[in-house]
Design a protein around this ligand. Structure first.
Ligand code: SF4
Ligand code: SF4
Length: 137
């Protein structure tokens, strides 16, 4: 773990592990304030993929079984994510040994709705007709 942490710091050009302490604090918020409509999906770049199938196995065994093993027009094996079924858990990306073979792509959405807003709607805490879905900037 120490070697891994040292490698990470070197890759990022960070001199000391103490420079990481507290970096995520400004981004912290109660989970109820998170946007329920935020969505990312995995995209496999077959030109970088080495076909180890680790992503396929991880998605099959522990996630949403949404990576298909296909054959392209030249008869080459390829992997393709069914985006409509992908929940963006990131597991495939974490197990992939090749940098850049899997990207997590944010899906555009012009609306935002937090869990707290949703609960307020359900409990009747908002006035009838009050706008619940905020346009994103
Ligand atoms: S992000 Fe999760 S659900 Fe989507 S393809 Fe990867 S492992 Fe499957
Ligand atoms: S884990 Fe990465 S390298 Fe392995 S098959 Fe999936 S995309 Fe390709």
């Amino acid at each position: 773990m120490i070697d891994g942490l040292n490698n990470y710091l070197d890759e990022k050009g960070i001199a000391s592990v103490m420079d990481l302490v507290g970096r995520s604090v400004p981004k912290y918020t109660d989970w109820g304030n998170l946007d329920l409509n935020y969505k990312v999906v995995a995209k496999i770049n077959n030109d970088k993929c080495i076909h180890c199938n680790k992503c396929y196995i991880s998605c099959e065994d522990t996630s949403h079984q949404c990576i298909d093993r296909l054959t392209d027009e030249n008869g080459n094996s390829i992997l393709k994510v069914r985006e409509e079924d992908c929940v963006g858990c990131n597991l495939c990306s974490i197990v992939c040994p090749v940098d850049g073979a899997i990207d997590m792509i944010e899906q555009p959405s012009d609306t935002a709705l937090t869990w707290n807003e949703r609960q307020a709607l359900i409990s009747g805490g908002l006035q009838s007709g009050q706008k619940l879905i905020n346009k994103k900037n």
